[in-house]
Design a protein around this ligand. Sequence first.
Ligand code: SF4
Ligand code: SF4
Length: 228
Amino acid sequence: MKNPELKADIIFTAKELGLDFIGIADAKGYLKEDYVGNKPQDVMKRCNSVIVFGLSIPKGAYESLPKGRAEYTNTLLAATVTLRIAGFKLTKLIEERGYLATLAPSEGSEFGYWYANKETLKANFSMKYACYLSGIGSYGKNHLIITDKFGSRIRMAAILTDAEIDPDAQSKNFMSDKCKECYKCVEVCPVSVFSIDDGKIDRRKCREYMFGELGGLRCGMCVKVCPL
Ligand code: SF4
Ligand code: SF4
């Protein structure tokens, strides 16, 4: 067992802070051949663990879409702020135990997903992959993580640390087996971001739609229609 006391403290504190889920991934998981994104080790050279955690987003924020885009966006950003504060406290807790830790930006923050690499629109490392590695969920056709309890109505952030902490068990499937013959998210997307043929996503179209046509308000339709 690696650092069981630290792991227990992190999980206890996460619950106290009101987080809805938390998982610990072995950073070595990002060195597997099937992972093609940026790596946490490129951010923190001696990164041993990626701690990913998050909140569920209230269902009402999706019910009101597309008319209630401002309400939806505001609800998402409230989650982003909450995650930032909770993540900062967890980062301090880890450093108090003698390790290095840094908090990666949650989706929706001003330093987040869309900003890390303007060419690829990929983040410095994938938090969704950490969710897969630590058993929080699997990928849906909407390219989001599908959790058992909240579907893809979630917001997440992550901490990189040099602490070696026992990782949680990986999700059984990389792609969720719950999507089956459903294509609702693919069909509803107003700018046809998802390709049915090869399962790929065109991030640029999604970004241009939200930050161009919608003036920065979030769309969320591919989450709203998801029955999970
Ligand atoms: S958020 Fe909207 S534009 Fe972006 S992928 Fe989902 S449905 Fe398409
Ligand atoms: S809308 Fe359907 S296909 Fe898309 S993620 Fe949800 S279950 Fe999967």
